[in-house]
Design a protein around this ligand. Structure first.
Ligand code: COA
Ligand code: AMP
Length: 618
């Protein structure tokens, strides 16, 4: 069926469509009901195990020798490949190790680990025993980790002694120790994977050594879970300093990810798929771990950077080495490669015959970068759009359904199952080509979130502004041919190198400094990272050592949130532009820093601050 036919079928009878898709998986009890409207639950009576579907069933189908997980670590020089049978063995033993720590179905397990195979074993192992994993990105600082420990109250924390960033080794254990001190919830234990490059000190009675614990454990089998049981919690930035714990179910998630591999990406079992992201983000959850493995593809776990490990040719060398069919990364990675290899010499020198397409997501793909890489590769380069809340692509060019038209500036059409609308602030539909609030009609398709951990009010808030619709937080427009164009966020979330961050959260950290009277943080356009945070700070009268305050503010953002949130600049100003009712005009600051024409609103309290801010930033 063509894309148009599939989209029409999904729209006509979504329940039938998704039940049919669910047949691509193994269910202990196949769902009789597609969707329970009252509770908005997909497959309410289905029973399955996600790990069984991602690992064991391929072994049982005779594909035990097929490649499943390929680890490439230019940071350490290690490379290792695991077949499905080997993966099953590692995952079963890791599941036994986790169970031996007293973790059972429904218990939460925090995974704070670098990009090593053990992290993937751990995610799948949790799924195997029905525990709920919550992976925390390694670039987050201890207080962020503490917030997550506090919120999901894990029965166990899994970590490693270290990770790597260019030129330095990141000791994870001191960060974990600090987070455990900060959090009021004290998990009964941790298990630490010791990497030979840097060994961690273990606290007797609390921290166990991974190698010893796994050696002592009995392999554990897959347990049945209800389709609607949580598979994982993934925290993402909202508009406040408290992250949102997006809860993902088992059955809906496995169904759509499995479906997406063929229909969106055009890959089949046996193909190699590479999402060059991190398991700490939703892209890593869906397309390093679950999606490719559910389909029976080989997936690449890459512990390196697009440039500098060792050079800008690493992506193309690995595509060739592993005959990658689909590569998925963030536009920032391509901008970094282009900056380092402007003529695309590494691309020209690599054999990319296996590659059918490059997919981009996570942030706006600027047309210049998109065109450059498309010309260099001579393959389709497909921008597609989604969010942590949704878990899988919502706007795309569905390669596997024969879609091929790529319209500049658009992320593609609505993926079958998604119904988009664009409304103005008053809730009126806008015409084709007019920008407004980008919304998705309820019910959301399978895989999309149905709750936020511990926070039903915050979850509900995503659906109140435009009743019957989920507010994506993005502005967008749909053109006359149904292509959807993303214009940017309507809230205080920014995307820095494909990492979703909250400027509100950064403001909370900056405002905590004793010399700061008030502040605003906005996203400034950045040639490499898409956006970067920039702070405007008013200090107390008499505060003279601004250089010292500057250093302390940068250090607190890095220390409280993480180095990924490092501000590009901090400007000390006499006052911030505000409305007469005291609301800071952040849009105005954003326009000034981005060199845009500034429209001064009638409601501004004191227009003279604009000139002083202009002077400060030039
Ligand atoms: N653990 C610890 N620190 C980390 C980290 C991690 N997992 N990830 C990033 N950091 C640190 C970096 O070392 C850097 O620290 P520094 O300020 O002391 O140099 C800081 O956080 C910012 O990192 P990053 O935003 O990655 O910038 P960079 O200059 O180190 O690298 C790119 C630039 C473009 C190479 C890099 O951002 C990149 O690979 N982007 C691709 C993005 C991506 O895959 N996103 C996933 C969503 S699909
Ligand atoms: P995350 O939850 O980290 O995946 O971030 C989701 C947000 O990233 C979206 O709401 C968008 O603002 C932005 N985003 C993701 N993909 C794209 C894209 N292809 N184009 C523009 N913005 C994107």
């Amino acid at each position: 069926m063509s894309f148009t036919e599939v989209a029409a079928t999904a729209a006509r009878d979504p329940g039938k469509f998704w039940l049919e898709a669910a047949r691509g998986l193994h269910w202990s009890t196949f769902p009789e009901t597609a969707h329970d409207e009252a509770g908005d639950v997909w497959f309410p009576d289905g029973v399955l195990n996600t790990c069984y579907n991602a690992v064991d069933r391929h072994v049982e189908a005779g594909r035990g020798d097929a490649e499943a997980l390929i680890y490439e670590s230019p940071f350490t020089g290690r490379a290792q490949s695991y077949s499905f049978a080997e993966l099953q063995d590692h995952v079963a033993r890791t599941a036994g190790m986790i169970a031996s720590a007293g973790v059972g179905k429904g218990d939460r397990v925090i995974i704070y680990m670098p990009m090593i195979p053990e992290a993937v074993f751990a995610m799948l192992a949790c799924a195997r025993i029905g525990a709920v994993h919550s992976v925390v990105f390694g670039g987050f600082a201890a207080p962020e980790l503490a917030k997550r420990i506090e919120d999901c109250t894990p029965a166990l924390v899994l970590s490693a002694s270290c990770g790597f960033e260019p030129g330095r080794t990141i000791a994870y254990k001191p960060l974990l120790d600090k987070a455990l001190d900060l959090a009021s919830h004290k998990p009964p234990g941790t298990i630490i994977f010791q990497r030979e490059e840097l060994l961690a000190d273990l606290v007797p009675g609390r921290d166990r050594d991974w190698a010893e614990a796994v050696a002592a454990a009995e392999p554990a089998g897959c347990v049945d879970v209800a389709s609607s049981d949580p598979l994982y919690i993934l925290y993402t930035s909202g508009t406040t300093g408290t992250p949102k714990g997006v809860v993902r179910d088992n059955g809906g998630h496995a169904t759509v990810l499995h479906w997406s591999m063929r229909n969106i990406y055009g890959v089949e079992a046996g193909d190699t798929y590479w999402a060059a992201s991190d398991i700490g983000w939703v892209v890593g959850h869906s397309y390093i771990v679950y999606g490719p493995l559910l389909k029976g593809c080989a997936t690449i776990l890459f512990e390196g950077k697009p440039v500098g490990t060792p050079d800008a040719g690493i992506f193309w060398n690995l595509v060739d080495k592993h005959q990658v069919k689909v590569l998925f990364t963030a536009p920032t990675a391509i901008r970094a490669i282009r900056r380092s290899d402007p003529d695309g010499t590494f691309i020209d020198g690599a054999s990319l015959s296996s590659l059918s397409a490059l997919f981009l997501a996570g942030e706006r793909a600027d047309p210049d970068t998109l065109l450059w890489i498309a010309n260099k590769l001579g393959k389709p380069v497909i921008d597609h759009w989604w969010q942590t809340e949704l878990g899988w692509p919502a706007i795309a060019t569905c390669l596997g359904l024969g879609e091929s038209e790529i319209r500049a500036g658009s992320a593609g059409h609505a993926v079958p199952g998604y119904r988009f609308r664009v409304l103005d602030d008053a809730g009126n539909p806008v015409g084709a080509g007019t920008v407004g609030n980008l919304l998705i009609e309820q019910p959301l398709p399978p895989g999309a979130f149905r709750s936020l951990w511990n926070n039903p009010e915050r979850f509900a808030a995503g659906f109140v502004d435009f009743p019957g619709n989920y507010t994506t937080g993005d502005a967008g427009m749909i053109d006359a041919d149904g292509f959807i164009h993303i214009m940017g966020r309507t809230d205080d979330i920014i995307n820095v190198a494909g990492h979703r961050l909250s400027t509100g959260q950064m403001e909370e950290v900056v405002a905590n400094h004793p010399q700061v009277v008030e502040c605003a943080v906005v996203g400034a356009a950045d040639d490499l990272k898409g956006e970067m945070p920039v702070g405007f700070v008013v200090t107390r009268p008499g505060c003279e050592d601004l250089e010292k305050v500057h250093g302390e503010l940068v250090a607190s953002v890095r220390g409280d949130i993480g180095p990924i949130a490092s501000p590009r600049s901090i400007y000390f100003v006499d006052g911030l532009p505000k409305t007469r009712s005291g609301k800071i005009l952040r849009n105005l600051l954003r326009d000034i820093i981005n060199g845009k024409e500034v429209t001064v609103p009638q409601t501004i309290e004191d227009a003279s601050v604009i000139d002083t801010i202009r002077q400060a930033v030039t």
